[in-house]
Write a protein that binds this ligand. Structure first.
Ligand code: B3K
Ligand code: ZN
Length: 896
């Protein structure tokens, strides 16, 4: 494929200040008229031709300044329209058609259900009309939509509604005007029949705004939480960042077929229905939380993304990393709202834990594999492949490190300065860091973020080795940190020399009782704190603390203050001490997880040799016992602390990955704990009841999480009483969280007539609700009992539809990326299934196919036998004729 490079960026030679779009909307054939003002930029080297992007379009006519032009005035290739020799000022009108019903890629204008939707980021607008489809060309849009009144009673586009009228032939017309100049990727239209929930509210400065949530007719009762989340998002951005909604109305529309979570189109967010619709009976606590987070995320994009956008797609993390950071903070603030200081700390720690689990499971593997890239990539073949965990989640970590280094107040000053400098512009990550640097220097003129910028240009997860030297004679304790980060991905081929990162590391020291020690830096601190922010900027650095009488236990990388792997030679006893006493809730969780991870790794190694798993270290069992009995801690926190680490996170720690050994070891450890603490777990189960009306609030959700974790330990341990409890809970649950928890543990851990009855019953009760049926498919596809053959069976079910991304994800992706035992079955059928599905999806929806292809990124790190078979299937995919550019990039990089 062709590689696009960041260094090749050139500004576009023309401005397009205004665009008037007219649509005659029909599913089979949509007619589009695009009228634009084009002005040659005199500040740039002169370019005579206007080159526009287009894809799958049929050209009808081109007019320049009122004259129809002939074929000698332009050249047309499959992806470009070059209008030759355009005047300095021109009004250009292009008329074309496209075919929404044939568009299975769900990018551009497409059909979902009976409605029409658009998805333009990153490069979908070019499937609607020819245009300079790049984020640095910003225009004011006026949009006219015409369509059949019956079939498409509602016609939406960005901005404010200016006109609505009926036409002849059962058609009608609606006009929209968006006063803010925007790049084409933020354009949107929706046509169809929808139910609507409305809410009038006021911005901080007293402007009236109308909030609307549109969804399938009859689903209006499921949009209350979405509306409440939207209102909370408005308030939060006003309070925390001083940012107001800038339009008179803000719309969210739910689509059943959608490639990702949601899209921040100006004033008209289009959402995957999974992130809009919820009621207690159909959505789980985590669904509720995800809805609030995604609604917040898209809303926050209005400033970080829309008002200030990206110069080019290499700068994607400018808006995505920052907006993920903002949505994480939003959720944390919502969770901590109204709590006492200690309870708030634990609530924020829960959110941090969940985010770090995601980062480690999705981003760390990416950063060590063939697709590794810096948060600001240097090159890509297909931009659709770069909406990655690195750009998003690691991008958010990089913003968070700046927040840690600057502190809340200076960070806010930096944000204000960023908007002051760049509102209405398309800018770069450097511009953002420069604004932050300005704020940092205002606080302390000797500091700067020059070295920090390396986080934008170097990939990989740094490894930080820590060691501690204690000197009883001087009562000094020296902490030494050193960093390394080997070249990864493309860095390997380029022979790039990597330089040290600027890494903020928050630390504490505990005495032998687990009490925090004052951290007096030698000769510097008069009033020492018990926590310090160390800044590691060199390869190796040491810090000496004085007045320490016994060798302490260090508590390192508190709150996960940097996206690194921190290695310290803890004894299991030290980890147990931290897990019982560390005053930092995040670090306390981390210590317990490290204990369990070591245990699983040890058990997996022996399982490989003998087929048996040894008994775990009593230190670890005791640590779990104390956490289980600690009734002072918040239930939601306790649930995280008692959970087993994810298989993926454990696998990352193996030099040769053995997925089956890890899955077996993890489940046997869980079983041992379930058996060992049977009585306590049953007690915990019964203590955590949440009577009364369902609420997704952190309090009751935490109790449910703990109760259901206890249930799952017990069922895994094959406790008869627990299996009975699970069936009862499944049958009598009054909310989806409890029903799903019971259903999952039964379907994954038990077999027989009652289990299959439960599966049948679940389907019969919920077949009318596609989002619940996605759950039904997902539970079966992620079951340790599932095989490629049973997947083929599931896909033959009448409710399966490969064209619906949510459905494809619930079956195929669950099996290929959340089912170790199924995917890695010894007969190789799992691998062949993966390849077959990548190829099947590739002809329909390349973006989704390429995502699935990434499930094999790590093939070369597996044990022999496993890796050879994975490689063969990768090669089979790579050799397939007419592979999309998306999938080709992924498999060729994996095989390189
Ligand atoms: N900006 C969109 C992602 C678009 C992905 C296109 N392949 C959603 C978001 O990050 O909020
Ligand atoms: Zn985003």
């Amino acid at each position: 494929g062709t590689t696009i490079r960041r260094e090749d960026y050139r500004p576009f030679a023309f401005r397009i200040p205004t665009v008037q779009l007219e649509f005659e909307l029909e599913a089979d054939l949509t007619w589009v008229r695009a009228q634009m003002i084009v002005q040659r930029r005199m500040d740039l080297p002169r370019v005579s031709d206007l080159e526009l992007d287009g894809e799958d379009l049929a050209l009808i006519s081109i007019h320049i300044n009122g004259d129809l032009i002939g074929a000698e005035r332009y050249t047309l290739t499959p992806n470009t329209l070059k209008i030759l020799d355009v005047p300095d000022h021109a009004e250009i009108i292009i008329v074309s058609t496209c075919q929404p019903a044939k568009n299975t890629s769900l990018s551009g204008l497409y059909v979902s259900g009976k409605s029409l939707f658009t998805q333009c980021e990153a490069q979908g607008f070019r499937k609607i009309t020819w245009f300079a489809d790049r984020p640095d060309v910003m225009s004011v849009y006026h949009v006219t939509l015409r369509a059949d009144r019956k079939q498409y009673p509602l016609l939406l586009s960005n901005g404010n509604l200016v006109l609505k009228k009926d036409l002849d032939d059962q058609r009608h017309e609606v006009q929209w005007h968006d006063p803010f100049a925007k790049p084409s990727y933020l354009f949107a239209l929706v046509a169809g029949e929808f139910g609507c929930r409305e809410h009038q509210t006021m911005t901080a400065s007293g402007r009236k705004v109308l909030l609307q949530v549109y969804s399938d007719p009859g689903s209006e009762h499921q949009t209350q939480w979405a509306m409440e989340s939207l209102e909370r998002s408005l308030r939060w951005d006003e309070q925390r960042f001083g940012l107001e909604l800038d339009l008179d109305r803000f719309m969210i529309v739910a689509a059943r077929d959608f490639n990702m979570g949601a899209m921040e189109n100006k004033g008209l967010n289009i959402f995957n229905a999974a992130y809009v619709l919820a009621d207690p009976n159909t959505a789980t606590d985590s669904n509720y939380q995800a809805i609030e987070a995604v609604i917040g995320h898209e809303y926050f994009h209005n400033w970080t993304g829309n008002r200030v956008t990206c110069r080019d797609w290499f700068e994607l993390s400018l808006k995505e990393g920052l907006t993920v950071f903002r949505d994480q903070e939003f959720t944390a603030d919502m969770m901590a709202q109204g709590l006492s200081a200690t309870a708030a700390q634990s609530a924020r720690a829960i959110k941090r834990i969940d985010d770090v689990i995601t980062l480690r499971a999705a981003q760390f593997p990416e950063d060590s594999g063939p697709m590794a890239h810096p948060i600001r990539p240097q090159s890509y073949q297909e931009i659709g492949n770069f909406y990655t965990a690195t750009v998003y989640e690691k991008g958010a970590e990089v913003i968070r490190m700046m927040h840690t280094l600057l502190g809340e107040q200076a960070f806010r000053a930096g944000m204000d300065e960023y908007f002051r400098r760049h509102d209405g512009q398309a800018v770069t990550c450097d511009d953002f860091v420069d604004a932050m640097n300005w704020a940092l220097q205002k606080k302390n003129p000797t500091r700067d973020l020059t070295q920090f910028k390396r986080w934008y240009s170097q990939a990989g997860t740094p490894r930080v080795n820590a060691s501690l030297a204690f000197d009883a004679a001087t009562q000094c304790c020296t902490l030494t940190l050193s960093q390394e980060c080997a070249p990864v991905g493309v860095e390997k081929q380029s022979g790039m020399k990597k330089l040290p990162f600027h890494i903020p590391i928050t630390v504490g020291l505990l005495d032998e009782k687990g009490q925090p020690l004052p951290l007096a830096l030698k000769g510097q601190d008069d009033q020492p704190d018990t926590e310090k922010l160390l800044e590691l900027t060199k390869e190796t650095q040491s810090w000496t603390f004085e007045g320490i009488s016994k060798r302490p236990t260090p508590s390192l990388l508190r709150n996960f203050s940097a996206p690194v792997n921190l290695i310290y030679p803890y004894t299991n006893e030290e980890l147990a001490l931290l897990s019982a006493h560390d005053s930092n809730a995040f670090a306390r969780w981390e210590a317990g997880q490290e204990l369990a991870t070591r245990q699983i790794l040890a058990m997996a190694a022996i399982w490989r040799e003998t087929g048996q798993t040894p008994a775990p270290d009593p230190v670890m069992i005791d640590a779990w016992g104390s956490m289980l009995k600690d009734t002072d801690i918040d239930a939601g926190y306790q649930a995280r602390a008692l959970s087993m680490p994810l298989e993926k996170t454990v696998l990352e720690r193996m030099s040769a990955m053995d997925p089956v050994a890890v899955a077996q070891a993890r489940v046997s450890l869980k079983r041992v704990i379930g058996q060992h603490f049977c009585k306590e777990l049953i007690a915990t189960y019964h203590q955590q009841s949440t009577p009364g009306k369902y609420s997704p609030a952190p309090g009751p959700a935490g109790k449910r999480a703990l109760k259901n974790l206890a249930l799952s330990f017990l069922v895994t341990a094959h406790q008869k009483e627990a299996i009975e409890l699970a069936f009862q809970q499944f049958n009598h649950a009054t909310n989806m969280t409890d029903r799903m928890a019971a259903f999952t543990t039964l379907a994954h851990e038990t077999q027989g007539a009652r289990t299959s009855d439960a599966i049948t019953q679940f389907y019969e009760n919920w077949q009318h609700d596609p989002l619940v049926i996605d759950k039904w498919f997902a539970v079966q596809a992620s079951s340790p009992l599932a095989t490629a053959k049973s997947m083929t069976g599931l896909m033959a079910h009448p409710a399966f539809n490969l064209r619906n991304p949510n459905r494809a994800r619930s079956v195929i992706f669950q099996f290929c990326s959340a089912n170790m035992l199924g995917l890695h079955a010894a007969d190789g059928t799992g691998y062949a299934f993966w390849a077959d599905q990548v190829l099947a999806l590739d002809t329909l929806n390349p973006e989704i196919a390429a995502r699935l292809a990434r499930a094999f990124d790590h093939w070369s790190r597996f044990i022999p036998g496993v890796k050879d078979r994975m490689q063969q299937e990768l090669q089979r995919v790579a050799a397939h004729p007419n592979l999309s550019r998306n999938t080709m990039e992924i498999v060729s990089k994996a095989l390189a």
